[in-house]
Design a protein around this ligand. Structure first.
Ligand code: URP
Ligand code: ZN
Ligand code: ZN
Length: 465
């Protein structure tokens, strides 16, 4: 099957140009000068009209939690509903977190996550591995996983008793990563100090969701970020700070990058658009916005947008970890520390970031870079993914910059009963979404199939100095 996408503006991380895209089977065959496309038109079996639209590489969300056990429940989207919702929003690949249970083997955990995704995912997917139990065995298994295309390992400085790792354990895992070419991803919050603040708040009768934010202050994110950076420096491991939320943590990352270190960071739409005011919403509504690190006061937003422009923040991922308001967030009524941490967003990342273009925060090329190209290069998927070039997978979104739509639980495709952005109007939306040359979404209809998504073995981070 040959497809021609005609009349659009191709936007990549390096800029925009009027070009037509010829797709042959699963990959891009050529970018054509529209003046000469006529002579190729007969080659195509079908043509997609992209007049007035952007033609961009499909989004890559490198931080999702589908079908993830957390706090006695599971995230509400599995690989079928989550990947479908992602595709509706213009995301055509994701990298999800497999979670090592305490005492469990990394190798067996990877098999469990392969089983969760296989037969269900409609877009391509890779895995990071959460290392929650550092032992001789799991350190050895890290090397095995790298050989199987799992080249990044997440560790936690938060959640004592659950995922928390000591500095010594982190150091050992970083040494292992340094020797095998893997990246350490860090949840950087000082969980030991936070747990004291949480206990004190609860003892004083502060049980509402707003206290989730107040007991996880930015300084404890900044302290852990700086500590992780120094541990990485000692070991030589590349470090990727996940879900960075606070100005003070960004300062630590900026300093490390100015020192020339292999330190990278992502933020998420919730930290660019939501705030402590949302956590303070009455009637337990604030629980909808409970995630860690917490959404911050609004004055952090401008610093994060600046970080995205200067590349001190390289990627925007979602940290999609949805829990239903009615049955799951409810577990923390009367005790904010029992509210399952996480919020939905897999479907809206591309549009919310495009809003940054509309608002003058990001250029078009930078939008594509943080949405697709850098995620691909950071996690060893480029140039198969993350660009539109001959030989690349034809993961392509025809994006209508003029489309206006309102985000709502009534219309979204995520299997969760609320939207963190309920009623927010955004400008821009995916009109056609293709994965490896196959149309998943067009004309407002779903054409994809559960199980067509393929596992993506990944290489090393492509930014290492
Ligand atoms: O609150 C969050 N972020 N939930 C998902 C787990 C994690 O720490 O990324
Ligand atoms: Zn985390
Ligand atoms: Zn996460």
């Amino acid at each position: 099957m040959r497809t021609l996408i005609r009349g659009g503006t191709v936007v990549t991380a390096t800029g925009s140009s009027a070009a037509d895209v010829l797709i042959d089977g699963e990959t891009v065959a050529a970018l054509l000068d529209p003046a000469h496309t006529g002579s190729f038109a007969g080659l195509a079996d079908r043509s997609i009209d992209a007049t007035g639209k952007y033609v961009i590489p499909g989004g890559i969300d490198v931080h999702t939690h589908l079908d993830m056990p957390f706090g006695g429940t599971f995230s509400a989207d599995d690989f079928e509903t989550g990947t479908r919702a992602a595709a509706w929003g213009g995301t055509t690949s994701l990298v999800d977190f497999a979670v090592q249970p305490k005492g469990g083997s990394l190798r067996e955990t990877l098999d469990t996550w392969h089983a969760k995704a296989g037969g269900k995912a409609s877009i391509d997917y890779g895995f990071h591995m959460i290392v929650s139990d550092v032992s001789e065995q799991s350190l050895k298994e890290m090397d095995i996983l790298v050989g199987e295309g799992v080249t990044s390992f997440k560790m936690f400085m938060a959640y004592p008793g659950v995922f928390y790792a000591t500095d010594g354990e982190i150091l050992q895992a970083m040494q292992r990563a340094a020797s095998s070419g893997a990246t350490i991803m860090m949840h950087a919050e000082n969980g030991i100090a936070i747990d004291v603040l949480v206990a004190q708040a609860l003892a004083s009768g502060h049980t509402d969701p707003g206290w989730h934010g107040r007991t996880r202050p930015p300084e404890l994110e900044a302290e852990a970020t700086a500590r992780a950076i120094r541990l990485a420096q000692v070991t030589g491991a590349p470090l990727y700070i996940v879900h960075l939320s606070a100005r003070q943590a960004l300062e630590a990352v900026t300093q490390a990058r100015d020192e020339g270190r292999n330190v990278f960071a992502e933020t998420c739409p919730q930290y660019l658009y939501l705030s402590q005011d949302d956590l303070d919403a009455p009637e337990f509504e604030g629980s909808k916005y409970v995630c860690s690190p917490p959404v911050r006061p609004k004055d952090h937003w401008a610093h994060l947008w600046r970080g995205l422009r200067t590349n001190d923040l390289s990627i925007v991922s979602t940290d999609h970890c949805p829990f239903c308001f009615k049955e799951q967030k409810e577990m923390g009524r009367g005790d904010f520390s029992k509210i399952p941490n996480g919020m939905p967003g897999i479907e809206h990342r591309v549009d919310l970031l495009h809003q940054g273009v509309v608002d003058g925060e990001l250029s078009l090329a930078r939008w594509v870079e943080v949405n697709s190209t850098t995620p691909a290069r950071m996690f060893g998927l480029y140039p198969r993914k993350g660009t539109i070039a001959p030989g690349s997978d034809a993961d392509i979104v025809v994006y209508d910059p003029a489309l206006r739509h309102v985000l709502s639980a009534d219309t979204h495709h995520m299997a969760v009963d609320y939207s963190a952005y309920e009623g927010r109007e955004v400008q821009g939306g995916a009109a056609v979404v293709m994965s490896r040359g196959e149309i998943l979404v067009s004309d407002g209809r779903w054409h994809g199939q559960a199980g067509r998504g393929k596992f993506l073995p990944r290489g090393e981070c492509q930014y290492l100095r």
